[in-house]
Design a protein around this ligand. Sequence first.
Ligand code: ADP
Length: 250
Amino acid sequence: MIAVSGIHKHFGGFRAVDGATLNIATGSITGLIGPNGAGKTTLFNVIAGTLAPTSGRIEMDGEDITGLAPHELFHKGLLRTFQIAHEFGSLSVRENLMMVPPAQSGERLWSAWFHRARIAREEEALLRKADEVLEFLTIDHLKDERAGNLSGGQKKLLELGRTMMVDAKIVFLDEVGAGVNRTLLGTIGDAIQRLNKERGYTFCMIEHDMDFIGRLCDPVIVMAEGQVMAQGRIDEIKANEQVIEAYLGT
Ligand code: ADP
């Protein structure tokens, strides 16, 4: 689905990403690991359109998407979540989900007066969709809670839920497991697996928790010093001496 070839991202003279080449297969849950400073987040930012690459090319299903803005990628079904969840704290969990879909008729104010019935129908559909998402994620009991009151792990689930309000094809997850307790980590892992199997989502995730990676990801791609140094199943990666050295070297 995604082909990244020869991506460089330099900050001044510093090569944060230094010729990274990798593929993300349709239907996979691909893990991206590597020591701190390896360039993982920078590469995510380049793929998701928040940073322009210095050079290189990114394709999605054969189409050149290099340098497209996040909202353009969003319309193509490419979404990313952030290490720190971005919720609207004073809105309810359900309202947060309803904020997501773009280009609702309600946004076109000039026509709103003429189309009240249609807008009401659309709002009703949005509500139903939000409730369905909450049920899927097993957090329907939190629907009226203010999003600002959620725990870190619950916010991560909400972030996943927001990707379900649009028809995402591929979701880039940035350390979705960081700082989340074991129970919620299990719930998040289940949601990722079910979205993958039942809804056909492809995932690419940066993660430090090797157990979490081992449970979910195949293949696992290892970055070090701005480049891809290995790729394989988690057991192959764990036995790879170059990988072990890259981790010990930090
Ligand atoms: P990782 O996610 O693998 O820990 P990052 O992509 O965050 O790695 O960072 C790779 C390197 O690029 C680090 O040395 C970091 O300090 C540097 N870096 C990241 N963003 C910037 C920036 N905006 N300006 C300068 N250096 C940066």
